[in-house]
Write a protein that binds this ligand. Sequence first.
Ligand code: GCO
Length: 443
Amino acid sequence: MTVKLTLPAQSKMLSKDFIYGVATASFQIEGGKDARLPCIWDTFCNTPNKIIDGSNGEVACDHFNLWQDDVELIDSLGVDAYRLSISWPRVITESGELNQAGVNYYLNILDRLKSKNIKAFVTLYHWDLPQHLEDKGGWLNRETAYKFQNYADLISKVFGDRVYAYATLNEPFCSAFLGYEAGVHAPGIVGKEFGKKAAHHLLLAHGLAMQVLAKNSPSSQNGIVLNFTPCYPESDSAADIKATSFADDYFNQWYIKPLFDGDYPEIMAELPKENHPEILEGDMAIISHHIDFLGVNFYTRAIYRADAEEHFLQIKPPAPRTDIGWEIYPKAFTELLVSLNDKYVLPPVYITENGAAMADKLVDGVINDLDRIDYYHNHLNAVNDAIVQGVQVNGYFAWSLMDNFEWAEGYLKRFGIVYVDYDSQVRTIKASGLAYKALITNR
Ligand code: GCO
């Protein structure tokens, strides 16, 4: 096991131009629920048996009150950038105007980051849809895409030059598939006929937001963050390979191909008509609006076999696995980046999330998470391997700055490089956080 994060001496990732950061999301850390409108995750958390530990985001890491200390913490890690998300229900009223108090909250954070020379990577949508929009159909309602455009328009005008990079959406796959097809994320809707419809409205929202960002904020880098779980066949049989390729199109390519090719994968023809999205004329042109960067989130891979009834069947991941049960397989990270670069004409890439949930133990005030350091070491080197093979990666963000509300897993899974004691809200930098700091500051 590695106890240090190291990269080959010649690595481009050791240059000062390579951006290192830490990432969070509004609902996962903020709390401050009374100072915003309700969102779909509030409702989901209040529904019995949806969150494993029965918890919610009402307090979370209390970042709403502790943000000044947290910016000091971020600064103390020596990072170049901080990726945060804006809570839509905090900044926009039900009638679609700016809520000045909510806006001021973020202006203060952005100004503080700027004063410390920390680049702000702002995500506009990290899953906390205002509940009043869900009440009108949420992402199944095309109108929501236009509401998102209005929000992006208003907020980018007030943020001005405080933002280095905007991502419209975080992981539309999760919003669409987990939220409107598998139903394991908010709003918890189940049905194969819904997932691709929601996905289309999310991608439309992305394209519409890109239009206003390009106009209001031409000097920031404007793009999107997608997650990928690369698909591998269980065997070399033709049937397993075909099943795996179908899964890849269904889960991964579905969200990237429209951005660059203006088209959905061909497997659409194999999906029953009632599962198809409703595509209006001009939609694909909006969706394939130029992006300045692609954010890539990577955690693990998935293995598939052919199945008699379904197009594919995912098998249980082999060891080694993290505390959340995800296989540790860094080679897939390199292969993913190289394959995306082969398939599409990519803009510069930022790794906007990568990290691991580990069963951390606080012993004598120390978290000696060597397993997480090992994960980061191997994955940073996997990114470096992709760069060596020609992929333009300009930065890397650790998920996450600190332990936080891990969605359906509640507070049971810890992804932070900083430990959070949820009773006292005391933060303790883990060994992985110190190793990350050492890597960054020794460049
Ligand atoms: C994500 C999510 C994070 C998760 C992380 C671990 O974008 O998938 O942004 O919110 O916490 O991925 O599951």
